[in-house]
Design a protein around this ligand. Sequence first.
Ligand code: ATR
Length: 287
Amino acid sequence: MARGPWIEGTTGVVGIFGDPVDHSLSPRMHNAGFAELGIDFVYVPFRVSRRHLKDALRSLRTLGVVGVNITVPFKEDAIKYLDSVTPAARAIGAVNTVRPEGKKLVGDNTDASGFSAALSARGFRARRKRVLVIGAGGAARAVVYGLLGSGTIDIVVANRTLAKAVRLVRSFQRKGVDLRASGLDLLDDFDFLDSRQLVVNCTPVGLKGECFLDYDVDSTPADCLHFDLAYGEKPTPFLRMAAAAKRPTVDGRHMLLHQGAQAFKLFTGRKAPLEAMARALGIKLAD
Ligand code: ATR
């Protein structure tokens, strides 16, 4: 039977460190998952200032906290205060999950595998596909890592600051994969866009109500999937543009769900109840 939202002496504590955290949907999503499975855990938002990040991470062991998610702006900085990180977190250069394991603090990154799981759930097989990634920050690094792990063979990273895209591409270069960096001018190149099967927006452009970039969505094939890592109350300008051109879309809550499901497994050892967690986010699994 689903457990109510009460806290007992036995209740395990998990949570999220970020600044700000008041917008985060993770507490709602994870608490819905705990309630669904009757797990005696509670998920709490912790607003942590940058100067207290080290102390906050150290306190996880002191207080017996089960684990935390790490969100903006600490995903990269947190690494330097941890005892070990998984190969995925090391390659991406960011953690989104930290757990005390014995005397050690261990960091993991479920963003890349969460992104891949969101694509699979949508029925999109990334293997041997041609992809455009817009942006070259931490989120884009996780997406590229996830795509490479799924067997994508052609990825172009387009970014406002070209040097940053070049750095990203260099750090993930491997044999058998065409991985290139570009400026944003490629976003209105007909021949290039016509070759893409997936476009992923990894920038926050549009979240403050501004228009999306100068992007020629009509040049993409009719079945080109458009995935925005961002989400808000309403569809983002990038997804509105794609939907107006009748291209299929996926919004960032699906990535949030799947990275969260994998963190849930790390925290509880149980398979996440995806339906209940999706319901808490206001999405349907097959959306
Ligand atoms: P995250 O960790 O979420 O990826 P980030 O590391 O700050 O955040 O990266 C944000 C990305 O969005 C960057 O690629 C950034 O481009 P720059 O490298 O040129 O800064 C991109 N971005 C942010 N605002 C943008 C804007 N107004 N126009 C174009 N790109 C933008």
